[in-house]
Design a protein around this ligand. Structure first.
Ligand SMILES: [Zn+2]
Length: 128
């Protein structure tokens, strides 16, 4: 079986669990109590549960798979009012809308005419 990728939200190694003894259903879940999201992926077999987890845990995450994390810098792809696919960086999800924080101003609702389709946590700045 391929290795499990770390949780994309907290970086911890997830747990692999068999849901029940009767079925083959399996689940990969982040078991870190400090993880803001504690995502999970379940599927009919262990193999597909791992595949599903690893697909979600790498790169862009569909908002339908996992809702965005609140108040963290994210990069997103969205479809704007003209139907164009556009990337936006350093935006944050409030739970209701995407915003950016500008100095001395109220958070600004940046993507209100767009539909965000994918997101990922913005990579950390390089050290030194
Ligand atoms: Zn986690």
């Amino acid at each position: 079986m391929e290795g499990l990728k770390a949780c994309p939200f907290c970086g911890e190694q997830p747990l692999f669990v068999k849901v029940s003894r009767q079925s083959k259903r399996c689940m990969v879940i982040c078991n870190n109590p400090n993880c803001g999201i504690r995502p999970e992926s379940s599927a009919g077999t262990g193999y597909s549960a791992v595949k599903k987890w690893n697909t979600r845990a790498s790169g862009w995450i569909s908002v339908e798979d996992w809702p965005p994390v609140c108040d963290q810098l994210c990069d997103v792809w969205h479809v704007n009012q003209f139907g164009e696919k556009v990337r936006a960086c350093n935006v944050m999800w409030s739970g209701l809308s995407w915003y950016v924080e500008l100095d001395d101003e109220e958070p600004f609702d940046v993507l209100k005419n767009s539909k965000v389709t994918h997101w990922m946590l913005a990579p950390a700045a390089p050290e030194a």
